[in-house]
Design a protein around this ligand. Structure first.
Ligand SMILES: C[S@@+](CC[C@H](N)C(=O)[O-])C[C@H]1O[C@@H](n2cnc3c(N)ncnc32)[C@H](O)[C@@H]1O
Length: 376
């Protein structure tokens, strides 16, 4: 069916709002590999991929995040490509869109245990763990023995982590996920899986490798017998020239950082710290993130649309999923910038009122979505 018609049909039926897609946990369990700020709903991505692309085509997400677009594309026989400025995002995405070697994973875990048993914690990790504190100190999140093991593993990953290996990416992503949360899997005292809110409750020793193994086993179980088209995700700043061939992409489906998102630091600090950031990285590198840049000026999107137009094949779509808020209409702001390089096909607000008009009374899930649909 032609894509215009598909899209019209999507707007009327809103299939992601109907069972089974409306279920909170719809989709492959690996989507929950690691909690991630601004993660798109897999069911929504699933349908948008269907609407705007065909099998074997190449789908790109230039704000890869936790790899939702790429993973859904891979699951639906599309080739997936993505990038993100964050090592954490690339690791999580890479782990979702590639197959593993379980022997290699076991080897990494054994080496990690050995490292905890034998190595001394580096001066750098000791310093960073005191300096980096945005919402209570790190020490306040963990039992002292658990904390020592975490510090040791931070060194282990800084020294050995190979972002090109899906096995390493899986182990690293699982470790990131269990760093904080409010359920028994978490290494921290009671906190929150997304934002490390100030911890409460008892200091309880949790064996890090045991918890990590459990999370890895669970993640591996989601990939058993799963057929995916392998994809590629790499580190790249979206504001620089993209390392992607011109006229090679069939669909860009992405969701940029929401303009009204809460403070970048507070959301990510423990995972960024574990990934190797010291206080100096928070001070300097965070300025390269759109979350911060767009607060000053939306013109940073000029290069994004220019590069999108370059890499897209002729007559192909770019679909941006944007957050809708009372404070700011991101679609309206981005539209005139996008228009310089691409044709504007639609700006659609899927509001609660819109759903009710079509008889959909889904109270759960995202309240309001906005879609900017562009064509090359
Ligand atoms: C809203 S999140 C994307 C979430 C993703 N759609 C998902 O489902 O997980 C936005 C992403 O933009 C990335 N980002 C911010 N600034 C960037 C830049 N300058 N270059 C590339 N990526 C950037 C962030 O690291 C973050 O992962």
């Amino acid at each position: 069916m032609d894509k215009e018609k598909n899209w019209k049909n999507f707007k009327i039926t809103l299939p992601h709002r109907k069972p089974p897609y409306s279920k909170r946990n719809w989709g492959n369990g690996l989507h929950s590999l690691c909690s991630y700020q601004g993660k798109m709903k897999p069911s929504l991505v699933h349908h948008l991929i269907n609407v705007f692309s065909n099998k074997n085509q190449l789908v790109l997400d230039p704000f890869a995040g936790s790899g939702t677009t790429m993973f859904e594309a891979s699951l639906q026989n599309r080739n997936s490509l993505g990038f993100d400025i964050s090592k954490i995002a690339v690791a999580i995405s890479h782990a979702k869109i590639n197959n593993y070697n379980s022997k290699n994973i076991l080897k990494i875990l054994n080496e990690a245990q050995n490292y905890i048993d034998k190595s001394k914690i580096s001066e750098k990790t000791l310093k960073d763990s005191k300096d980096v504190k945005f919402n209570k100190t790190l020490k306040e999140y963990y039992h002292p023995k658990t904390f020592k093991e975490i510090l040791s593993l931070r060194d282990f990953f800084i020294k050995n982590f190979d972002i090109k290996s899906a096995d390493w990416c899986l182990v690293f992503s699982c470790m990131l996920h269990i760093l904080h949360g409010n359920r028994p899997y978490a290494l921290s005292r009671r906190s929150h899986p997304l934002t490390p809110y100030a911890p409460t409750g008892e200091f309880q020793y949790k064996n890090v490798i045991d918890k990590l193994k459990r999370k890895i086993d669970l993640s591996l179980s989601h990939k058993t017998d799963l057929k995916i088209t392998s994809g590629k995700c790499f580190i790249q700043d979206i504001l620089k020239k993209w390392n992607i061939k011109s006229s090679s992409v069939d669909l860009i489906l992405t969701s940029p950082p929401f303009a009204f998102s809460t403070k970048f630091y507070i959301n990510n600090w423990i995972r960024y710290w574990f990934g190797g950031w010291g206080i100096e990285n928070f001070d300097k590198e965070s300025f390269n993130y759109l979350e911060k840049k767009q607060k000053k000026n939306f013109n940073v999107y000029d290069n994004i649309f220019k590069e999108s137009a370059r890499v897209l094949k002729k007559n192909s779509y770019m679909v941006l999923h944007l957050g809708l808020s009372d404070k700011l209409d991101m679609g309206k702001i981005l539209l005139p910038i996008a228009e310089k390089y691409l044709k504007v096909s639609d700006l659609f607000n899927e509001t609660v009122e819109h759903c009710e008009k079509h008889g959909i009374r889904d109270k759960g899930g995202t309240k309001e979505h906005q879609y900017l649909v562009l064509k090359s």
